[in-house]
Design a protein around this ligand. Structure first.
Ligand code: SF4
Ligand code: SF4
Length: 365
């Protein structure tokens, strides 16, 4: 197994154990492609869960407005604006818990020939606690569904994986796991990239063809769909960093403007800041203006502005290729001959930039 490393961090930056919420935005914005066929039209009244275009569902009840250009992790795109009427009208019956079948589970989890299911609640990026909190907030629902899946598929075991630093979560689970003898808690060290399924399975000593790995946020989506017949209307994101006084995890309505969430909830301790989405190492800097919360967003780090350190001249120390988890030689990124091939294999983990002693910056922002 590739040697994984621990990333240095400021241990004083800790998210609160209290989850905040931002669930009543005035407007939401849903990502649309110009090729999509609309299932609603302007001024229609929609409910939570109504399909707007194929596989895009309204997270609020309200009135359909017009198309707007907005930003998101996927870049600038067209979004459909829906005005929230705060009536919370919802498609489908409320509160009904459904029985699950093997066929339905297989639509989400490729368990056909697997013996082990691994629930992965590990956050790789420093200052991010999103996967951890999905498990922390919904552990009763998760354990119940895992137990049902275990019985349906006669699995050998179910592992729930957490980082050693997730102490509140570990204590909570330890209290309840006695009722589920086939669900085993696995506490793993704080090593970068250990949440990646291939590294996690190697660490656990499980053959890659024997297990199915599911992240906690995906499992929350599966739980909602399978057990409650509901599409996702909100997600958890971590808002943290050294420039704010109150790092937190927030339950936020999909389609909200991230700037509104920050304005309402964040208390700054520094004025000159930069915003980084989805992690310091593998994420990217974003402009908060017009940035929409989509399901691929997992964190916003608000960091004191440092700017890029000036790149020095390579001293051929070899650290970047030593640390690369997919065995690339990152120096070749600088050579146009190899760039295309490198880009295909690179998993954009950011380790080469992190480790380089002369601050050579390998990835685009
Ligand atoms: S960003 Fe790409 S090249 Fe750099 S260490 Fe990660 S996988 Fe290797
Ligand atoms: S880590 Fe930086 S200095 Fe060392 S070989 Fe790689 S690019 Fe050169």
């Amino acid at each position: 197994m590739q040697k994984l490393i621990e990333i240095e961090k400021d241990d004083s930056i800790l998210v609160s154990s209290q989850v905040e919420s931002f669930l009543r935005p005035d407007m939401v914005y849903l990502p649309i492609s110009i090729h999509d066929q609309f299932l609603v039209k302007k001024n229609d009244l929609v409910r939570i869960g109504d399909e707007i275009v194929r596989n895009v569902f309204s997270p609020v009840s309200g009135v359909v407005h017009s198309l707007k250009k907005k930003n998101s992790l996927e870049g600038e795109k067209i979004f459909l604006e829906i005005e929230n009427d705060f009536e919370e009208r919802r498609k489908g019956k409320v509160g009904l818990k459904r029985r699950i079948t093997k066929e339905r589970v297989l639509d989400y989890l490729p368990l056909e020939d697997k013996k082990i299911l691994v629930l992965n609640a590990i956050d790789d990026e420093i200052y991010v606690s999103t996967q951890n909190f999905y498990l922390f907030c919904y552990y009763e629902e998760f354990l119940g569904l895992l137990d049902e899946i275990h019985q349906l598929f006669c699995l050998d075991a179910i592992y729930v994986c957490l980082k050693a630093s997730s102490s509140e979560n570990i204590n909570q689970l330890m209290n309840d796991l006695g009722m589920y003898p086939d669900i085993i808690l696995k506490v793993v060290p704080d090593l970068y990239l250990l949440s990646k399924p291939e590294f996690l399975l190697s660490y656990l000593g499980i053959g890659h063809d024997q297990a199915c790995v599911v992240y906690a946020d995906q499992f929350y989506r599966i739980y909602n769909d399978l057990k409650r017949g509901r599409t996702m209307s909100d997600i958890l994101i971590t808002i943290s960093g050294d420039a704010i006084k109150n790092p937190m995890v927030v339950q936020v309505k999909l389609g909200s403007l991230l700037k509104d969430v920050v304005l309402v909830l964040v208390s700054y301790k520094s004025k000159d800041v930069e915003f980084i989405a989805n992690g310091l190492l593998s994420g990217k800097k974003i402009d908060l203006d017009n940035f929409v919360v989509t399901s691929s967003l997992s964190s916003l780090l608000i960091m004191k502005k440092k700017g890029l350190k000036k790149e020095g001249k390579c001293i051929n120390c070899g650290l970047c290729s030593e640390v690369c988890p997919v065995h690339l030689n990152p120096i070749l990124f600088k050579d146009p001959k190899y760039q295309e091939q490198m880009k295909k294999q690179c998993i954009k983990c950011g380790l080469c930039t992190y480790i380089c002693p002369v601050y050579i910056h390998f990835l685009e922002d």
